[in-house]
Design a protein around this ligand. Structure first.
Ligand code: ADP
Length: 472
């Protein structure tokens, strides 16, 4: 469907109610509880008066947060599509201009247009571009300008009366941590929903959505193939899964074949992985600066493995011969029965932080690259495991249904607890790596020279290393 194009000065895209976004909740798969929560909001939007009689009002703002490509924009469009309301889409970066006063007037403009079509929906993607913490680092300049824009958003949201026609504001961000807390206060974005990476079942459901218009030999064949791909795509986003199916479709057409087969799907998967993971085995092709980063990463992982040993496995050796988004360290499973205590789960979170912590420490936060990007998701996953599945935290096991399907109202509580564990883990990891900084450097040097280092040598360095005194 075509968009009506840019809307006056505000630059926002406008889709009228008659046209609709053409997107419904059935286009979003996985994380069913998110849909249930948003469906409730759509119900209220559609039957405003009935609900108001009962004293129930629609939230003014819904904030969707989570990694890019997880379907936040899709959900915002689905809300508009399902409610049959006009949709105004803007991007936080549209408001950030160097000329004084422009940001605020663009925001004003956008809200005025939306109000004239109310009930309607405003979607602001990358809201962090304009809504980051005031007084924070001024990346890219334009700080004062951005602040004006943010203040204007706050004014506009405070301005609508709950009793008058609704403008629902949906924001999306992958940086909840840098948003100005004023945005999250009651009466502004008071509904915060995390859109996370899909679970295996979620991935299968997403693949099925995007396989709807594709041809397979048979239903059973399709089911089996998608099941296999879902299994192989841990940590993939919905957007990446969609790419795999599209790419497989293209490969199939190129071969003049009628049906997508296993071969095309696996080839498409390999290509999709290749966009962030080369898996090269020949280190001569790895650029020097990447080698240095890899060496530091492996050294940090090794030190953490010595300091907080894993009860389930012991490490054998590591190398910098290949580039993967996960550490190259090899392990041996510990034989026999192993039981984990709470502290073991906590330690696993601390260990998972190592690639990210060392990269930030050595190269600076603005120079992070993808070789440490999996560490954050890994640590968050381990924290969720501890919180939700072990019964060892305040959550117990009672609230847990399936991965990614939490009883709705508990999501913010989970988030708070997860953040507490992650903050602890990052700090602990930092302090261990600082204490053992000289051992990290030694292991890094050996890796750069020989490309491989074995467990015995790592232990030796760890035990003999001069340590920096700990701050308490
Ligand atoms: P975000 O706004 O979170 O960056 P998008 O909504 O732009 O992500 O996602 C890009 C595309 O990826 C969507 O248009 C959709 O085709 C696909 N996609 C992402 N997540 C899902 C999902 N959960 N179910 C179905 N499709 C998805």
């Amino acid at each position: 469907r075509s968009l009506l194009g840019s809307l006056g000065k505000s630059r926002a895209k406008f889709i009228s109610a008659e046209e609709t976004t053409g997107v419904s909740f059935s286009d979003f798969a996985g994380q069913e509880y998110i849909k249930r929560e948003l469906q409730e909001i759509v119900q209220i939007l559609k039957n405003d008066e009935d609900f108001q009689d009962k004293g129930i009002y629609c939230p003014k703002g819904v904030l969707l947060h989570g990694p890019p490509g997880t379907g936040k924009t899709l959900l915002a469009k689905a809300i508009a599509g399902e409610a049959g309301l006009p949709f105004f889409a803007a991007n936080g970066t549209d408001f950030v201009e160097m000329f004084v006063g422009v940001a605020a007037s663009r925001v004003k403009d956008l809200f005025a247009s939306a109000r004239s079509y109310a009930p309607s929906i405003i979607f602001i993607d990358e809201i962090d571009a304009i809504g980051s913490k005031r007084g924070g680092p001024d990346i890219g300049g334009g700080g004062a300008e951005r602040e004006q824009g943010l203040l204007q958003i706050l004014t506009e949201m405070d301005g609508f009366k709950v009793s008058t026609a609704q403008v629902l504001v949906i924001g999306a961000t992958n940086r909840l941590d840098i948003l100005d807390p004023a945005l999250l206060r009651k009466g502004r974005f008071d509904k915060i929903i995390r859109v996370g990476l899909p679970s295996k079942d979620g991935r299968l459901a997403i693949l099925k959505v995007h396989a709807r218009n594709k041809f397979f030999r048979s239903e059973e064949n399709k089911e089996a193939l998608l099941e296999e791909i879902a299994e192989l795509t841990e940590d993939f986003t919905g957007a990446e899964l969609q790419n795999i199916l599209n790419e497989a479709g293209i490969l199939t057409a190129r071969k003049d074949q009628d049906y997508i087969e296993r071969e095309e799907l696996l080839e498409a998967l390999k290509r999709q992985k290749g966009t962030f993971e080369t898996g090269q085995e020949d280190s001569t092709e790895i650029p020097e600066d990447l080698k240095l980063r890899l060496a530091y990463r492996e050294a940090a992982v090794a030190i953490l493995a010595c300091y907080l040993p894993d009860t389930h496995r012991s490490f054998i050796e590591t190398n910098i011969k290949s580039i993967r988004s996960r550490p190259n360290m090899h392990y041996d499973e510990t034989p026999g029965r192993v039981f984990s205590r709470k502290i073991d789960y906590v330690n696993s979170i601390v260990r998972a932080c190592a690639p990210r912590v060392i990269e930030e420490e050595m190269f600076g936060i603005d120079n992070l690259c993808w070789i440490s990007s999996k560490a954050t998701t890994e640590a968050a996953k381990l924290a969720d495991l501890l919180i939700l599945q072990t019964g060892m935290t305040a959550f117990g096991k009672a609230y847990y249904r399936h991965p990614g399907d939490l009883v709705p109202n508990l999501a913010p509580k989970l988030e708070a607890l997860r953040e507490e564990y992650l903050r602890y883990a990052v700090e602990k990891c930092f302090s261990i790596l600082r204490e053992y900084h000289s051992a990290v450097e030694t292991i890094t040097d050996i890796l750069l020279e020989k490309e491989v280092i074995k467990a015995a040598e790592i232990w030796d360095i760890f035990e003999k290393a001069p340590r920096l005194p700990q701050k308490h």
